[in-house]
Ligand binder design. Structure first.
Ligand code: G3H
Ligand code: 13P
Ligand code: ZN
Length: 284
């Protein structure tokens, strides 16, 4: 199948009341694990690459790998830029064949975030690429912030309404208490805020920093309107677990395939679990 847009996948998810998994890739094994898992679950899937992943693997490699994987896949696959903070990079991704891009202007003042997001939306729409933007600051688990500051970083529902309406963006990433990376404490999601956002905003909501969020909270967030769930850290953990296991049990092993192969299987396992949790199993 050729690549599809995230917009298309999320529109179906909205009708069906489930969420589509968006999994970060950095290399061939991760791309293969994502598609293998999605096929095993007969689920639509979003493969996303961050600016860091693009810097590591190369834009052409990411696009090439995902196109080959999607071309052979029996399920719909979208290729999405994750947290594009650099306008030029976003445009390069659009030109290179990404079917969806996130412009992340969350660190900018609101007016500037709106202005830049609008610019990206205009370009993307002209060539049939879908868009995501961020309002509020999701941040990382390493950020040592006080509760009052955390509140201030969260998405303001009224602002979200203005943002969505004035930018025309297809999906909105919100800050409701999740963070990127491994949590030091269990995250506390602000579901009341999510409900308010959903009441005022008419586009699919995206949950970032979803690794380490308890399953019941993910399910609740989906029941309240989250339609795209981003997972990276859990994949990294599975990869490293797989590599460690081989290196520990067979320290003489020098064949990279016998080290990375089991790591790929571990990643595919966790991705399948997430797909089932998100309710997108069987929705291809
Ligand atoms: O949200 C961030 C993703 O986990 C990507 O992380 O920038 O280290 O590739 P990265
Ligand atoms: P985690 O690494 O916490 O799963 O977050 C992934 C993410 O939000 C990518 O944009
Ligand atoms: Zn993110």
């Amino acid at each position: 199948m050729s690549l599809v847009t995230v917009k298309e996948l999320l529109q179906k998810a909205e009708k069906g009341g489930y969420a589509v998994g968006a999994f970060n890739c950095n290399n061939m094994e991760i791309v293969q694990a994502i598609v293998q898992a999605a096929e095993a679950e007969n689920a639509p899937v979003i493969i996303q690459a961050s600016q860091g992943a693009i810097k590591y693997a190369g834009l052409d490699f990411i696009v090439g790998l995902v196109n080959i994987a999607a071309g052979k896949a029996t399920v719909p696959v979208a290729l999405h830029l994750d947290h594009g903070t650099d306008f030029v990079q976003v445009v390069r991704c659009i030109k290179s064949g990404f079917t969806s891009v996130m412009y992340d202007g969350s660190k900018l003042p609101l007016e500037e975030n709106i202005m830049m997001t609008k610019k990206v939306v205009e370009i993307a729409q002209a060539v049939g690429v879908s868009t995501e933007a961020e309002l509020g600051k999701i941040g990382g688990t390493e950020d040592d912030v006080r509760v009052s500051d955390k509140e201030a970083m969260m998405t303001d529902p009224q602002e979200a309404k203005v943002f969505a309406e004035s930018t025309g963006v297809d999906a909105l990433a919100v800050a409701i208490g999740t963070a990127h990376g491994q949590y030091k404490f269990e995250p506390k999601l602000d579901f009341a805020r999510l409900v308010k956002i959903k009441e005022l905003v008419d586009i699919p909501i995206v949950l970032h920093g979803s690794s380490g969020v308890p399953d019941q909270d993910i399910k609740k967030a989906i029941s309240l309107g989250v339609r795209k769930v981003n997972i990276d850290t859990n994949i990294r953990e599975a990869f490293v677990r797989g590599v460690h296991e081989v290196v520990r049990n067979k320290p003489q092993e020098i064949d990279p395939r016998k080290i990375l192969g089991p790591a790929k299987e571990k990643m595919a396992e966790i991705i399948r679990e997430k797909i089932r949790l998100f309710g997108s199993s069987g929705k291809a």
